[in-house]
Design a binder for this molecule. Sequence first.
Ligand SMILES: Cc1cc2nc3c(=O)[nH]c(=O)nc-3n(C[C@H](O)[C@H](O)[C@H](O)COP(=O)(O)O)c2cc1C
Length: 305
Amino acid sequence: MANLSVEFCGVKFKNPTVLASGILGVTASSLKNIVRHGAGGVTTKSIWLEENIGHKNPTMFGTEHYFLNAVGLSDAGILKAREETFPEYLKDKQAPIIANVVASKIDDFAEIVGEIDKLGPDIIEVNIGCPNVEDFHGKPFACDRNDAAKVTKVCRERTKKPLIIKLTPNVPNIASVAEACAKEGADGFCAINTLYGMTIDTTLRMPILANKSGGVSGPAIKPTAVKCVYDIYKATGLSIIGTGGVLTGEDAIEIMMAGARLVGIGTMVYYRGVEGFGLIVKEIDEWCEKNGVKNLEEIIGAAVK
Ligand SMILES: Cc1cc2nc3c(=O)[nH]c(=O)nc-3n(C[C@H](O)[C@H](O)[C@H](O)COP(=O)(O)O)c2cc1C
């Protein structure tokens, strides 16, 4: 059996699989359930300072190739995280927990990071894919390297815990955004969030989602995720949670070869169920066995030249 444990920003994971933000990560019991099924770590759904209602239904549409969602980052706010999610999860913690936070103003990012830091997560992940309401055009912070750097700077000032920035693939040069965040003290990255997408009901002649457009996830985005991870790793050399379209152990190996240290897994749950985590870990182990790999360090970034 290969050594599947990985160290990420000083935090030890028993295997590289991590539940991605937004999928079943709303309560302590659902997070614990994912760990029971084999995940090496878990990420909470994006946590806001205040409750955020999200978009109207329908918010989700799936096919065998991709999922499209416009959940709209619905969340009960920091109060629930403080009173339920963190104390309950940490009581008998079996695997590291990554707190994913979100805000729509720079000052609010600083405040939510300061608040979440007190709750004891292992790592803080900052989701900057949300539209920047301070910007006249309302583009996400992650779409502009200066905005991304400003958010990183204020978050860095509020925590000594490992701080990673979750980036969007909806930019011409993700490496340049990552470099700007690294300069302001980011310890690593999560890449990628969803791609912009829309699907139309041809009978009704209208978009299927109530929000009209949404974010594409699942198998179809894996090549984009692999390319983004590759580019960020090459530019910064920092730790990355490679996320996007991973359904199998071999998908996980592929994104690790592009430079990912951990592998974020979300939409897979719709295809393989929560049992998929244990199956993917088994498949990673089998792949290592077949290919004579004794330690995952041998494959992280192996394809980056
Ligand atoms: C239903 C759904 C909800 C999501 N919610 C969040 C969220 O709250 N915060 C976040 O940073 N990413 C969110 N994401 C993005 C995922 O964490 C992940 O980056 C993306 O789906 C790509 O990975 P996957 O193909 O394995 O799902 C969400 C994705 C889906 C499908």
